[in-house]
Design a protein around this ligand. Structure first.
Ligand code: SF4
Ligand code: SF4
Length: 75
């Protein structure tokens, strides 16, 4: 376990059009459909996302995928 800053990616729900492309390309299968969401949008599970960034160039909506930094103990 080490203290580290780590990049992750998350979906900005207000911008996401639920095309599903990020889910298709994610090598970690970290993108999941939100079961309770009537718009069938997706979410990135933080503990599964490695922050690789592979999804970013595929998103057709500018800003719908955003990088953020997690700081804390790496488990
Ligand atoms: S940054 Fe990588 S691991 Fe995280 S959701 Fe995007 S493709 Fe998946
Ligand atoms: S690629 Fe972009 S618009 Fe498509 S589901 Fe993922 S975040 Fe939403």
């Amino acid at each position: 376990m080490q203290f580290a800053g780590k990049m992750k990616v998350r979906i900005v729900e207000s911008l996401c059009i639920a095309c599903g492309l990020c889910r298709e390309v994610c090598p970690e299968r970290a993108v999941h459909p939100k079961m309770q969401d009537i718009h069938h949008r997706y979410e990135v599970l933080e503990h599964e996302c490695t922050g690789c960034g592979d999804c970013l160039p595929y998103c057709p909506v500018a800003g719908a995928l955003e990088e953020y930094e997690v700081t804390g103990f790496d488990r």
